[in-house]
Design a protein around this ligand. Structure first.
Ligand SMILES: [Zn+2]
Length: 532
């Protein structure tokens, strides 16, 4: 096990190196209709765009060279004329020799150069494209998508006669044969809130009052999160999505049923779901040491905007998303087929740091005069949609966390319905394309007890009608999964200051399946004791 994972690491390193080289000098575009999964298809599309740009550059270079060849031809012509004149006067053997040599150069010289250039470009193109696809296949296989990897390799021109490719494919087939199906009923689900970038600021009680206690209790710092990731990875956890655990199928008579997914992982690996709540960058958090929005970076990938204590702006790894993206980039075997985390949004402050809700819209009947009007609301909604697309492309699932952070368990049906409709209108329809099917309950407050949901339950029935199929509460046990007839339910564990403190202070032991030593993770910047 150890040696094979060592080998894999080496192979991955080599593959990513050759991918880098291939990207630097890539050639022609290639089709691969096989990439079933959108995540990979998008990535491949991006790479192809880069390849196309490179081809354009090559074409331009070729044109420049052809102009050069033209100039040389002109010079030769001038020389020939001069030589003819010279010959008229001398007629020596030496000049005759020069003439023969010159004849040899003139017509074939240009064609030869062009042909050589063409051949060089073509072979470079084929070679770098082949390397690019082999590296991509290696990345897919590292994420346990052996079928995707094999399909990609089989599409390479001349793959059937290529012994190296045949060798890689049979290696993947052997690795795939060793995979073990996972029991979805024992999958753990961990969750976080916005990560704290600057703990000294966030925990400053003089500055933030009781809010600082709240941050200390329910938030996790970046340094804690990074240590947790390292430990999850070391322990063999692999991120999977809720949609990997189970999915809806429609029967012949039109009934929707939730069907258990087949998750295949190597012996010793364990699936894990990760989520993050309230990814809204609420107004009250401004200036308190958190990122303030997610943006699409220059590379087309989601990243964070953060303003530090001195008012200095920064873009980069200031919350879960870009940190996790980099981690998976470095450790693709931490992600099952590209799965990352599930991000949940409320509606009342908009999502992702953009004040997109109608209550910010000065032109809306529902404008809330208590709020600062957002005169750029349409642009902000468009930006939020672009960030949503980038997040989905990067492997994130998106979820509802109610509109007003409502306790859906204790509120009346009418109240819950009003809130759910508001979320559906302002977030799901307006920004998520109406496709959201996951609820992460605020406060973990479920609409029912642990018994299986039935459609007699008015709240469940209403949420189901709105399109929700995945329902997650909060449960501190190692795992809690309920595969219903037409839904999936899962308990989630908060990995925050309070939870860690309970373990560090010896009052509870709820984290030992995840961490060897919680005190090594617990941020020393936290004031203690941490209260709930
Ligand atoms: Zn929440």
């Amino acid at each position: 096990m150890a040696s094979s994972s060592e080998e894999r690491r080496k192979r991955l390193k080599a593959a990513s190196e050759s991918r880098r080289q291939a990207e630097a000098g890539a050639g022609s575009q290639r089709r691969s209709e096989g990439a079933e999964d959108d995540r990979y298809a998008q990535e491949i599309r991006r790479r192809r765009a880069r390849i196309r740009a490179e081809r354009r550059r090559r074409r331009q270079r070729k044109q420049r060279i052809m102009i050069g060849v033209g100039i040389i031809l002109c010079l030769i012509l001038v020389a020939a004329v001069a030589y003819g004149a010279m010959r008229l006067f001398s007629g020596s053997d030496k000049v005759k020799e020069q003439e023969t040599a010159l004849e040899g150069v003139e017509p074939t010289g240009a064609e030869g150069m062009e042909a050589a250039l063409e051949a060089e470009t073509e072979s470079e193109t084929a070679q770098s494209e082949r390397e690019l696809l082999i590296a991509e296949a290696e990345r897919l296989s590292a994420m346990y998508d052996y079928d995707g990897a094999i399909e990609l390799l089989s599409g390479i021109q001349g793959a059937t006669e290529d012994s190296e490719i045949a060798g890689i494919i049979s290696g993947y087939e052997a690795e795939k044969a060793e995979l073990v199906p996972q029991d979805i009923n024992t999958i753990t689900h961990v969750f976080f809130h916005s990560l704290i970038v600057d703990p000294e600021n966030a925990f400053d009680k003089e500055r933030w009052g009781t809010q600082a206690d709240g941050y200390n209790s329910v938030m996790t710092t970046i340094s804690e999160f990074e240590k947790m990731l390292d430990e999850f990875y070391r322990d063999g956890f692999v991120l999977v999505g809720l949609h990997d655990m189970a999915h809806i199928e429609t029967t012949e008579d039109g009934q929707e049923i939730m069907v258990e997914g087949e998750i295949l992982l190597p012996e010793g690996k364990k699936p894990m779901v990760m989520s993050q709540d309230d990814v809204c960058y609420y107004e009250y958090m401004e200036g308190a040491g958190f990122a303030d929005r997610i943006i699409v970076g220059e590379d087309g990938k989601p990243t964070c905007h953060y303003v530090d204590e001195n008012g200095q702006e920064h873009i980069g790894e200031y919350d879960l998303v870009p940190i996790l993206d980099r981690f998976v980039e470095e450790h693709p075997d931490f992600s099952y087929k590209g799965a990352k985390a599930c991000l949940a949004f409320t509606g009342y402050n908009g999502i992702l740091g953009y004040r997109t809700d109608e209550t910010y819209d000065p032109n809306s009947d529902l404008y809330d005069p208590e709020k600062e009007a957002n005169h750029n609301i349409e642009e902000d909604r468009q930006t939020a949609r672009e960030v949503v697309a980038a997040l989905r492309e990067a492997g994130y699932e998106l979820a509802s966390h109610s509109w007003g952070h409502r306790d859906m368990g204790s509120r009346s049906f009418e109240d819950m319905k009003r809130d759910a409709d508001r979320w559906d209108k302002n977030v799901n329809q307006e920004l998520l394309g109406g496709t959201c099917d996951i609820i992460l309950y605020p406060f973990g407050a479920d609409v029912a007890d642990w018994h299986p949901y039935t459609h007699e339950n008015q709240k469940f029935d209403y949420l189901w009608d709105l399109g929700f199929r995945y329902f997650c509460g909060v449960d501190s046990s190692e795992y809690w999964v309920q595969l219903g007839k037409d839904y999936l339910r899962q308990g989630r564990r908060n990995l925050d200051g309070y939870m860690m403190w309970m373990d560090v202070s010896g009052q509870r032991d709820k984290l030992s399946d995840l961490f060897d030593d919680v005190s090594a993770i617990f941020d020393p910047a936290r004031p203690t004791p941490v209260t709930q």
